[in-house]
Design a protein around this ligand. Structure first.
Ligand SMILES: [Zn+2]
Length: 247
């Protein structure tokens, strides 16, 4: 998977920027609600082990960082264009911050645990456990980084649009749809190019972050089952934002 540099393309962002997601907290409306300790995507669902690479990816941390930077650049360009088209000003998410230790980053006074990624509305930033995110990248492939970043970025867009559902699962499935739209539209516009296997990586990655089947849909922190998350993501991917109930 690769980003095609546009005229405004930046070089590699300094250091370790950004990134991604996970099945974890993703709280909107302020609370980073650690769902922590959720294992990275199920190894049985995500085929290649750390020693195997997808055709278009390596498993190096440098490659991961470049994918994060590319995903951020593509997301910013995408959402800026969407806002502009509807006559609104767009403010990119302020920062994307990797962390290594529990408590190194806080959101609204709440320390973020390991094995997590989150959009924090207080502070308007995305934070992610780098070791955990790199492990997910190695398991699933590079497309997963674009999905993760897109999902967390979508939470920042929801806040900008004033969207705040009663149940977290609604907020989460909409974020999956928006992540799908950002990716599908970016592929259609030529901003992103897919390599062989990337669609399968999306499928595996989204399915791997589904809730346990016995988790009630209405529970605080529910994101949706693998089936629900896959359906939402591909609905957005194939039909764009109009399929995401943005109102
Ligand atoms: Zn989320």
């Amino acid at each position: 998977m690769g980003a095609r540099p546009g005229r405004d393309a930046r070089g590699p962002l300094a250091g370790l920027l950004i990134a991604a997601l996970a099945s974890a907290a993703c709280a909107v409306g302020g609370v980073a609600e650690p769902e922590g300790d959720r294992p990275a995507p199920n190894p049985s669902a995500a085929s290649p082990g750390p020693s195997t690479t997808r055709a278009d990816s390596t498993t190096s941390v440098a490659e991961f960082e470049q994918d994060v930077a590319d995903a951020q650049a593509v997301a910013e360009r995408y959402w800026a264009a969407q806002f502009k088209a509807s006559g609104q000003r767009f403010q990119p998410i302020r920062r994307i911050t990797p962390y290594q230790r529990a408590g190194e980053v806080s959101c609204g006074g709440q320390a973020l645990p390991r094995n997590n990624a989150v959009y924090c509305s207080q502070g308007d930033f995305i934070a992610y456990d780098i070791a955990w995110s790199v492990a997910a990248f190695r398991q699933v492939g590079d497309a997963f980084v674009f999905y993760l970043l897109g999902h967390e970025y979508a939470h920042g867009i929801q806040v900008r649009l004033g969207i705040n559902y009663s149940f977290t699962i609604q907020q989460e499935l909409q974020a999956d749809c928006m992540a799908g739209a950002y990716l599908g539209d970016s592929v259609r516009s030529g901003a992103l190019s897919l390599a062989e296997g990337d669609l399968d990586e999306f499928r595996e990655g989204v399915a791997a972050v589904g809730d346990d089947p016995d988790q009630p849909w209405f529970a605080e922190g529910s994101h949706g089952t693998s089936e629900q998350r896959t359906e939402s993501f591909f609905r957005g991917y194939e039909r764009s934002l109009g399929a995401c109930d943005l109102g």
